[in-house]
Design a protein around this ligand. Structure first.
Ligand SMILES: [Zn+2]
Length: 120
């Protein structure tokens, strides 16, 4: 019956947070459990958004393909943050997927397929 009890006693606070379907922690200051869960979920989002970002830039400004994708700093970092801003109200949570977005965009940018997107 109570299969979650053993786990919960090992790491009480953490497991309790994980087990809750709806956590009551503030959305702009997530508890560790929600924070971790959010980061896992963001991983996939950051990947697809990074790829889409690189492809859309390649489509709109094909001349830029001759240059390297900018690093995660300055305006590029700002844009990356905007790409994932809707995912969380917690600024400390947004940093991680924002970096992922930049990384995936850069990776996509280096692939020859980025130019295939121009034709689509
Ligand atoms: Zn929580």
């Amino acid at each position: 019956m109570e299969s979650g009890v053993k786990l919960a006693s090992a790491v009480p606070r953490y497991a309790a947070g994980m087990a809750a379907t709806v956590c009551s922690c503030p959305r702009n200051q997530l508890c560790p459990a929600c924070h971790n869960q959010a980061l896992m979920w963001f991983g996939g989002k950051a990947c697809s958004r990074g790829i889409a970002w690189a492809e859309s830039v390649a489509r709109r400004q094909p001349a830029l393909l001759r240059q390297a994708w900018p690093g995660h700093e300055g305006r590029a970092a700002e844009l990356a943050r905007i790409k994932v801003r809707d995912l969380s109200d917690d600024p400390s949570v947004i940093d991680v997927p924002a970096r992922d977005v930049s990384e995936h965009a850069a990776r996509r940018w280096r692939q020859p397929q980025a130019q295939v997107a121009l034709r689509g």
